[in-house]
Design a protein around this ligand. Structure first.
Ligand code: NI
Ligand code: MN
Length: 226
């Protein structure tokens, strides 16, 4: 299966039966490698409510007649706005026609349309997809946490983990996360979108390589075959 990076935390995962878009953020994403109107997907998987993970979710759900898969609160929110949705919660998995999706813990906040009246958006989640014999973990936005060891027990073919610091794990904690997750391949995400989360992807990859991990710092638009 192919994994295409669209910048920030947004990916397209092409399984045999469906095209899965993670954390759609294209229109206001300064490093997006595709325009929202060019995207085709069947499912939209959302890790939490923040705009840099949901910005194009509603538009693409309608444009593509795609189903938004997210925590219960986010699913209800988009359902009320006319999208097809499937609500879940951390620890729960569901067998979709293309494979299994399970939401995991993440340590982060979650809200939408912030400012004075933020909309409660449940808890932030990570997302595990099992399809075509592969297991892929999208960590969403998160701090390092010990329970990543439980996610690692699934046997991860690929992990997408934040390294941007400030809002999420930085490179030091991400290295520890690799010990817990033990992925075959890791793609660093949520960095270099803005100056506040600037990080050196190749430097992180070199440090991780010394510890025995295979890190692929993808450029926006790059495709990784899994
Ligand atoms: Ni966030
Ligand atoms: Mn974020």
């Amino acid at each position: 299966m192919n994994l295409t990076y669209y910048g920030h935390s947004c990916f397209l995962l092409e399984t045999a039966k469906a095209r899965l878009l993670f954390d759609p953020f294209l229109t206001d994403n300064p490093v997006a490698s595709i325009k929202a109107e060019e995207v085709r997907c069947d499912y939209i998987l959302v890790s939490h409510g923040h705009d840099d993970h949901t910005g194009d979710a509603l538009r693409l759900a309608k444009q593509c007649d795609a189903t938004i898969v997210a925590n219960f609160e986010i699913a209800e929110y988009f359902s009320a706005k006319g999208a097809k949705t499937h609500g879940m919660n951390p620890g729960g998995g569901y067998n979709f026609p293309f494979g299994r999706v399970k939401l995991t813990l993440a340590h982060h906040t979650s809200s939408m349309e912030s400012g004075l009246n933020p909309i409660y958006s449940g808890v932030a989640c990570g997302i595990v997809v099992q399809a075509d014999g592969k297991t892929v973990y999208h960590a969403g936005d998160t701090a390092l946490f010990m329970d990543m060891q439980l996610i690692g027990r699934l046997g991860l073919d690929a992990a997408l983990i934040p390294i941007g610091d400030n809002y999420t794990m930085g490179p030091d904690d991400a290295l520890t996360a690799l010990e817990f997750l033990k992925p075959k391949v890791t793609v660093p995400i949520h960095y270099n979108t803005w100056p506040l989360i600037a990080q050196d992807g190749p430097a992180f990859a070199a440090r991780a390589a010394k510890a025995g991990y295979d890190i692929r710092p993808l450029k926006s638009g790059e495709v990784l075959a899994l």
